[in-house]
Design a protein around this ligand. Structure first.
Ligand code: PBG
Length: 343
């Protein structure tokens, strides 16, 4: 009786298994097979390691909101670049904290500034490391904005065209110190063309430009502003950085930077903008960088510290997702940790 009921309500196991002919799980059966069919692999060479450089008057110190990231004296930055190179990283991105600030960021073109000295030191001691220098005024201005402030009938605004010559001076100074690339992150209109012409006129035509082309006005920059001491003292950056809602406008920004002479274009931040990375990848042939920014890093660190997520696993997943979206290069504070755990 029991047997008869069973055989009438369940199908023959042999018949049911032959009905199922598509079995994607075959490609996931072992780590060996998974490795064989893996589509996206992040390598240390894909990563760009950001370094914050302080003047000699200050000490190397940790950044509270970015566990594992330091503000470094020049000597420590050179040592960090050496260790990064030995771990397989091939590029660093330098940010500077100057001795003094003013309205126009003039300390940024001081040939003895922290970034200039770090460029010279890294190129002398780790010559094959590609050195990128972030070009922007916000770390060097007392008001913390990325350009010159003008007062138009009582309303303060960042003036685009008065800012360009200052960015040109800064870029020339970093290039003359030996930077391989300058990376303008200010989002002024026309800066790529202006910097390209300025470099070429000084005989620095071999120095490249990594353009922060689609840089969004983002809450994810919070911890960076502690690291670089560059928070705006009034207002925000929405009149120059992009509205997070706009992807078509991002393509327009990339198009202009390519026309003006960018060698590499960037989307920033990365994680909330993976669709923008993909669209840029599908339309432009040149290398694309994505910036896995400070807030994206700090969220992982904070949750991992509380035991809420597995930090290294989430790091790998995040970096893989950015590359899968279409980025060739990823600027990330995880770079050293990733490279040291690679293989
Ligand atoms: C400078 C600059 C910023 C970042 C890179 N360059 C901050 C900003 O625009 O406010 C952000 C990097 C990060 O959050 O990791 N303009």
């Amino acid at each position: 009786m029991t047997t008869r009921i069973l055989s009438s309500t369940t199908s023959d196991p042999l018949t049911s298994s032959t009905n199922l002919t598509r079995r994607p799980r075959r490609l996931r059966r072992s780590e060996g097979i998974r490795t064989l069919v893996r589509e996206t692999v992040v390598r240390p060479e894909d990563l760009i390691y950001p370094l914050f450089v302080v003047p000699q008057s200050r000490a190397t110190a940790p950044i509270g909101s970015m566990p594992g990231v330091l503000q470094m004296r020049v000597r420590d930055a050179v040592d960090a670049a050496r260790r990064a190179y030995d771990s397989g990283i091939r590029a660093v991105l330098l940010f500077g904290l100057p001795e003094s600030k003013d309205g126009i960021g003039s300390s940024s073109w001081d040939p003895a500034g922290p970034v200039q000295l770090a460029i010279e030191g890294i190129k002398r001691h780790v010559p094959d490391m590609a050195v990128l220098a972030d070009v922007c005024l916000c770390e060097y201005t007392d008001h913390g904005h990325c350009g010159v402030i003008v007062d138009r009938n009582g309303v303060k605004d960042v003036d685009n065209d008065q800012t360009l010559p200052l960015l040109m001076k800064q870029a020339i100074s970093f290039a003359a110190a030996g930077a391989d690339f300058v990376a303008p992150s200010d989002m002024m209109d026309g800066r790529i063309g202006a910097i390209r012409r300025a470099l070429d006129e000084r005989g620095l035509s071999e120095v490249g430009i990594v353009a922060y082309s689609a840089k969004f006005a983002s809450g994810f920059y919070g911890p960076f502003r502690e690291a670089a001491e560059s928070a705006p003292q009034f207002g925000d950056r929405r009149t120059y950085q992009m509205d997070p809602a706009n992807a078509r406008e991002a393509l327009r920004e990339v198009e202009l930077d390519v026309e003006e002479g960018a060698d590499i274009v960037m989307v920033k931040p990365a994680l909330s903008y993976l669709d923008v990375i993909r669209q840029v990848r599908d339309r432009f042939p040149l290398p694309i960088a994505a910036y896995n920014v400070s807030g994206e890093y700090s969220m992982v660190k904070a949750a991992a510290e509380r035991g809420w997520i597995d930090g290294p696993r989430v790091m790998n997943e995040i970096l893989t997702s950015i590359k899968r979206a279409g980025a060739d290069l990823i600027i990330t504070y995880h770079a050293m940790e990733f490279a040291e755990s690679y293989r």
